[in-house]
Design a protein around this ligand. Structure first.
Ligand code: 6R9
Length: 655
């Protein structure tokens, strides 16, 4: 063939309207948009009533009298875990599979709704026996094993607050999150499996709980340890307890008590523009309403027949909203997988889809691009005909990857929904509805019914088509963050000050096209997006300068074909690092240092040892110029630099 495919795809203009067959059976129809437009608050009240069970019905939908502090369904009472478990059993669906869990080594286990409910009841009794009460914070540091889901739901069931910390984070990151939330309990495992190896977790917890540099103990009273890898563990008697020993001793019955709609459900830490991660706070009734609503409508869920798989880890917001709370609130059957996509072979994901007959897949563009590079012959070895809908999340999906995803994974027929949202928004905010929207590769397209979005300029005027602007949410939404844990001021300042206290500033750049569809253009602040995970430049910079070798550091997110962005650091060392070999040694030491301090995901792809950094006259590092260098581009406008020669010095020192 002489057709230049790459060129074709770069100018992708194809549109994909829903097939008649799909549209006829679709959960979400045009009426959803009409209903939300006619009465936004009434629409959300209806969703809350029809999707959830309220022990005590609410009479007030939204209290927005003190923005940006919102209260949704405030006088209502519910139990989040009851909504995800018991009520499905009581409705006669106890025998439906809730979870198909697949371990990386190939072990597996399935739980019906009745079985999962029974496990969570015992775990709730165990937490109570350990003294955990409503409002207490519990840190969860687990691999993706069933106990992760069970632990989260057990914490929710007793009205306590979980803080899940991704298993790839370091002891230091874990400790700072434990300290910030003053967690009383850590639930962890001896280890988990990744890339064909057992990796230990318990030693990281032990290290995190040591007295800090000032001699202060942590707030943690107990550590509950799930046995997963059977690796050796150190044991602190009185503090450490085996999950399986303890759970065997508690009562099997547990009655779920109602809690107020605004009872805190979880804290999840995410990177911001400063070095200190923010504890994003979500509450119960509004959050569960919107995650259930979006999971049902965006993914066109038929709980009786679909098998849903979100590949996210519970350490991220996608794992909270679309592995645990959304699917289980809707009574879905879902798959969770502990390991990496290429272990023990590069077709592992496709093998899992074939094995469980997955019909809905929700994954990140980074993964899709990696599979694209490996070639279509790998997925083609498996039967993927069960798939009927594909989703994307975490970063913009380029049209090439979108089309490949639909063609190769979706057999050329499945809709692909690109879903934009954030840890802070709690649930999907912008996405096509697969039975309604004509799909446009590369665009997240339209706000979901009930959500009000705009793209504005610095003066808060809606932008013209094809003019870049700032993405804002102009009306409160049920799953909105309720605050930053312990820091109301930072909450107001970060999200609700740029355009006043009723407009949420998302930190993303975006543009409308001529049809009014929304295209996301990446972060406008110093937050990077590496493989769909948020990292802060400031956090990595402060890790670098904490190393005695480093005098100054600047970090940028450089575009990367596979991971979206990659961490690239520019470092001025204290000692002279004259020759190239010394540079390389220093760079390797520093890469390892960042990985140990923050976690492997933050390890810079490249570190350049330089003599100077480009700064404005007010002393601000000009990351734009460093990004030019990191991406191998011609260096842009340098006229605002204090020292206009500095870029030449940098380019020279990198040669
Ligand atoms: C859910 C999640 C949020 C940031 C967000 C944006 C980027 C997420 C996206 C997307 C373009 C999409 N992002 N989904 N960008 N298209 N469909 O990823 O939450 O980890 O908090 O990241 O991710 O930049 O601001 P979180």
């Amino acid at each position: 063939m002489t057709v230049n495919n790459i060129d074709n795809l770069l100018h992708e203009t194809r549109r994909f309207p829903p097939s008649d067959e799909f549209a006829e059976q679709a959960v979400a129809t045009r009426e959803l948009y009409d209903a939300a437009r006619a009465d936004r608050e009434g629409f959300w009240a209806d969703q809350a009533k029809t999707l959830l069970h309220w022990h005590k019905p609410f009479t007030q939908t939204l209290d927005w009298s003190n923005p940006p502090f919102a209260k949704w369904f405030d006088d209502g009472e519910l139990n989040v875990a009851y909504n995800c478990l018991d009520r499905h059993v009581e409705a006669g669906n106890g025998d439906r599979i809730a979870l198909h869990w697949e371990g990386e080594p190939g072990d597996d286990k399935s739980f019906t709704y009745a079985e999962l409910t029974a496990e969570v009841k015992k775990a709730a009794n165990l937490l109570t026996a350990l003294g955990v009460k409503q409002g207490d914070r519990v840190a969860i540091y687990l691999p993706l094993i069933p106990e992760a889901v069970i632990a989260m739901l057990a914490v929710a069931r007793i009205g306590a607050v979980h803080s899940v910390v991704f298993g790839g984070f370091s002891a230091e990151s874990l400790r700072s999150r434990i300290d910030d939330a003053e967690a009383v309990l850590v639930i962890t495992a001896d280890g988990g499996y990744r890339k064909g190896k057992a990796f230990p977790l318990k030693p990281t917890v032990d290290k995190a709980l040591e007295n800090d540099a000032d001699g202060n103990p942590s707030t943690v009273k107990n550590v509950l340890v799930v046995e997963r890898t059977k690796g050796d563990v150190d044991w602190q008697h009185g503090r450490d307890l085996w999950w399986h020993d303890e759970i065997a001793q508690v009562d099997a019955e547990h009655v779920a008590k109602p809690f107020p709609a605004e009872n805190p459900l979880f804290i999840l830490y995410t990177s911001g523009t400063t070095g200190k991660p923010k504890g994003i706070l979500h509450t119960s009734g509004g959050y569960l309403t919107q995650v259930a609503y979006t999971h049902k409508n965006v993914f066109d869920l038929k709980p009786e027949t679909d098998v849903y798989w979100s590949t996210a880890d519970v350490g991220w917001i996608t794992g909270h909203s679309y592995v645990v709370y959304g699917p289980l609130a809707n009574g879905a059957t879902e798959v969770i997988y502990e390991g990496t996509p290429d272990t023990p072979h590069p077709g592992r994901w496709w093998e899992i889809i074939q094995k469980y007959k997955v019909s809905i897949l929700y994954a990140a563009p980074t993964a899709i691009r990696t599979f694209m590079k490996l070639g279509r012959q790998i997925p083609q070895q498996f039967d993927l005909s069960s798939l009927r809908l594909l989703g994307s999340v975490g970063e913009p999906i380029n049209p090439e990857a979108w089309v490949w995803y639909r063609d190769v994974i979706g057999g050329g027929t499945t809709p692909v929904v690109d879903t934009w949202w954030q840890t802070e928004t709690g649930a999907i905010m912008i996405s096509a509805m697969p039975g309604v929207t004509t799909l446009k590769p590369g665009s997240a397209q339209v706000p979901v019914p009930g959500v009000s979005i705009d793209i504005v300029d610095e003066r808060f005027r809606t932008t013209e088509p094809d003019q870049g602007g700032l993405l804002v949410v102009t009306q409160p939404w049920p799953s909105m963050l309720r605050g930053i844990w312990g820091d109301d001021e930072r909450f107001v300042e970060t999200y609700w000050s740029k355009f006043g206290p009723t407009t949420y500033f998302a930190g993303d750049g975006a543009r409308y096209d001529k049809d009014g569809d929304i295209w996301l253009m990446g972060r406008v602040d110093d937050v990077m997006n590496v493989s769909g995970h948020r990292l802060s430049t400031a956090e990595i910079e402060s890790s670098l300068v904490s190393h005695p070798m480093v005098a100054e550091a600047a970090v940028v997110g450089a575009s990367d074909e596979t991971t979206g962005q990659a961490v690239v650091a520019f470092v001025i060392t204290r000692a002279s690092q004259a020759d190239a070999a010394a540079h390389e040694d220093a760079a390797n030491v520093l890469r390892a240092h960042v990985a140990a301090q923050i976690g492997a995901i933050a390890r810079p792809r490249q570190i350049f040892i330089v003599a100077e950094l480009p700064k404005t006259r007010s002393g601000k590092i000009m990351r734009r110029l460093l990004r030019d260098v990191a991406e191998g581009r011609e260096i842009g406008d340098t006229t605002t630099l204090a020292d206009t020669m500095v870029m030449q010095t940098i380019s020279k020192s990198m040669r």
